[in-house]
Design a protein around this ligand. Structure first.
Ligand code: C5P
Length: 329
């Protein structure tokens, strides 16, 4: 597909159902067994040709808007220059399409519903969305493998939002194998006002676990997913980074306990944090847990979502009113 003016792509957040972390490698990364599960919090990335600039120097603009309550304070943490992963994605696709800088200048708008620096791979979702959007806008015609390769170059968590659903990631997390997860799981995500740096959490992990063993998969988790059994899945959730995140942010312990006390089947730090994820028995229970969490004061805002959901998709009728609301979740 090629597009004349603008393309909008919607990409999901993830929660890690298992995050097993091995010792630090020579390249500074860690081997992982990382079970990604896509949930119904979506960022939307709209890429449009930048207006011709007479000076010829200004790069395309990046704008970010909050598309969910509680995210306004997060927006300040999103880089609005060429270091933004979505902008880097646009440059990679332009290179593949043989477009020079002048002919690939785009404005990027990100409607954020995924917490920023929250351990839910929001930046990775934006990068995956930008890859798909630019592929369409530039008429690059990249196939799934080419997109996956560019995604892996952008970051360990970027290939997953292209794929969506549930998948196990090995290597540094970028080598994906889909996992069957029939049924629908209901989640609550407790947002934190401040983000956590992923490298800082991994560094803390190395400090706390200098003797980390090689990461291994968990058969009980795979079984629980295949059975669509939330109680069994709750018992199998695990995150090796949780201790490190709690060490850097001891206040999260209260949030995890508050969610469990509110009736969640399980509570866990999501990825490198600081978002805390709670699995609920059903949609009604999830709403109750979210309400109790907010009332307890243990978090500012709790969002409900379900999983799994598909990966990044071009939104039909991609061109939206500039001031219009983004498509709902
Ligand atoms: O791959 P990405 O650039 O998103 O990773 C961000 C940071 O997270 C890395 O610089 C590294 O500190 C840490 N990381 C890691 N091992 C992984 C994935 C990420 O140590 N498998």
């Amino acid at each position: 597909m090629t597009a004349d003016t603008a393309v909008t792509v919607r990409a999901p957040a993830k929660v890690n159902l298992q995050l097993a972390v091995g010792p630090v490698r020579e390249d500074g990364y860690h081997d992982l067994v990382n079970v990604f599960h896509a949930v119904s919090l979506f960022d939307e990335v709209t890429v449009r040709w930048a207006r011709p600039d007479p000076a010829g120097a200004a790069p395309g603009r990046i704008r970010v808007r909050a598309a969910a309550e509680g995210l306004d304070a997060h927006l300040a943490e999103v880089p609005l220059d060429g270091t933004n992963l979505a902008a880097r994605a646009a440059r990679l696709v332009a290179r593949e399409a043989g477009l020079d800088e002048e002919r690939s200048r785009v404005d990027i708008r990100i409607d954020k519903a995924i917490p920023v620096a929250g351990g839910m791979a929001g930046g990775s979702a934006d990068a995956a969305a930008a890859l798909l959007a630019c592929d369409a806008l530039f008429g690059a015609g990249l196939d799934a493998e080419a997109l996956r390769r560019l995604a892996a170059d952008l970051g360990s968590d970027v290939p997953f939002p292209l794929l969506g659903r549930t998948a196990v990631g090995t290597g540094r997390g970028e080598v994906l194998e889909p996992l069957a997860a029939p049924g629908r799981f209901h989640w609550v995500f407790a947002l934190s006002a401040r983000g956590l740096s992923t490298p800082a959490v991994f560094a803390e992990y190395d400090r706390l676990r200098p003797d980390a063993p090689e990461p291994r998969g968990d058969d009980a988790l795979v079984q629980a997913l295949g059975d669509g059994d939330p109680a069994a899945l709750a018992g199998a959730l695990s995150n090796d980074l949780e201790r490190a995140a709690l060490s850097l942010r001891p206040d999260l312990d209260r949030t995890v306990r508050a969610g469990r006390d509110a009736g969640a089947l399980a509570g866990i730090v999501s990825g490198s944090g600081p978002t805390c994820a709670f699995l609920a028995a059903d949609a009604h229970a999830a709403e109750e847990v979210a309400r109790s969490l907010e009332e307890s004061g243990a978090c500012e805002r709790a969002l409900t979502a379900h999983g799994d959901v598909p990966g990044a998709r071009i939104v039909e009728g991609a061109e939206k009113d500039a001031e219009g609301a983004p498509a709902g979740r």
